[in-house]
Design a protein around this ligand. Structure first.
Ligand code: NAP
Length: 242
């Protein structure tokens, strides 16, 4: 079976992506860091809709933990492989650079950029061997335009877009596509302390996006129909640019 792994699949955009991929017929591996209840809720929602999902917790920042979790899963599933990877896990630690602590910088870079590297590297050989794969990286509008108070987050997401473009060139001939999705403001825990009434005045669509809308784009990029799209960073932001 061709599985899909979604990092940070317990909540928010990741949960919606898990639901979408399960509805498309992929057995889904729901990764999370610590929120087991939320991950189990994602699994339950998928099962109730007739899909298949397993929990696969690991900290994407921990290279050994990534390898160990995926090695253990692979040993228990010798005939299966992970053909779709959505690098979605992310955090933000916003503050002006003048006040930013080393930990604020490092934790955001670790989660988005190192997490992408460790997880993707582990799964690449399997995709290359199967001559098929889809890698979708959750970037951000902040990584395209930069955002005050988010030098760490903007740097991490811009670097993720650079890595997306480079890897797409490395493995394009192997029938593996690598793309980034760059959402604007989406209604999740990550944005729950933003006042939507203030921010939405800047957004041509007049509202925050829904996780399901991002998941629909990810689902398309994971599908056979998107085989000729690679190395792209696709915005989904209600018309909000610079
Ligand atoms: P969220 O609701 O805060 O959920 C974050 C998810 O990431 C959770 O599943 C969390 O797991 C997981 N996670 C965090 N650190 C992890 C780690 N070290 N290892 C494994 N999993 C980890 O966030 P969201 O809004 O859905 O955002 C998802 C992605 O979209 C992020 O990459 C974010 O930067 C990006 N994004 C979001 C927006 C937005 O407006 N919401 C806009 C642009 C881009 P636990 O549940 O275990 O904590």
């Amino acid at each position: 079976m061709n599985y899909a792994l979604v990092t940070g699949g317990s909540r928010g955009i990741g949960r919606a992506v898990c639901q979408k991929l399960a509805a498309m017929g992929f057995p889904v591996l729901i990764n999370y860091q610590s929120n087991r209840d939320a991950a189990s809720e994602t699994q339950k929602i998928i099962a109730e809709a007739g899909g298949v999902a397993e929990l696969l917790p690991f900290d994407v920042c921990d290279s050994e933990a990534v390898d160990q979790a995926i090695d253990t899963w692979q040993a228990a599933h010798p005939d299966d492989y992970i053909g779709v990877l959505v690098n979605n896990a992310g955090i933000r630690k916003d503050t002006l650079m003048v006040f930013m602590q080393n930990q604020d910088w490092q934790s955001v870079l670790n989660t988005t950029l190192n997490g992408f590297f460790y997880t993707t590297r582990r799964l690449l050989k399997g995709m290359i061997g199967h001559r098929k794969g889809r890698i979708i990286n959750m970037a951000s509008l902040s990584g395209l335009k930069g955002q005050a108070g988010q030098t760490n987050y903007s740097a991490a997401k811009a670097a993720l877009i650079g890595a997306t473009k480079a890897l797409a060139q490395e493995i394009g001939s192997r029938n593996i596509t690598v793309n980034a999705v760059a959402p604007g403001f989406i209604q999740t825990d990550m944005t729950k302390d933003f006042n939507e009434a203030d921010f939405k005045k800047m957004i041509p669509a007049g509202r925050f996006g829904k996780p399901e809308e991002v998941a629909a784009l990810v689902g398309f990029l994971a599908s056979d129909d998107a085989a000729y799209i690679t190395g792209e960073a696709i915005s989904i932001n209600g018309g909000l640019y610079t």
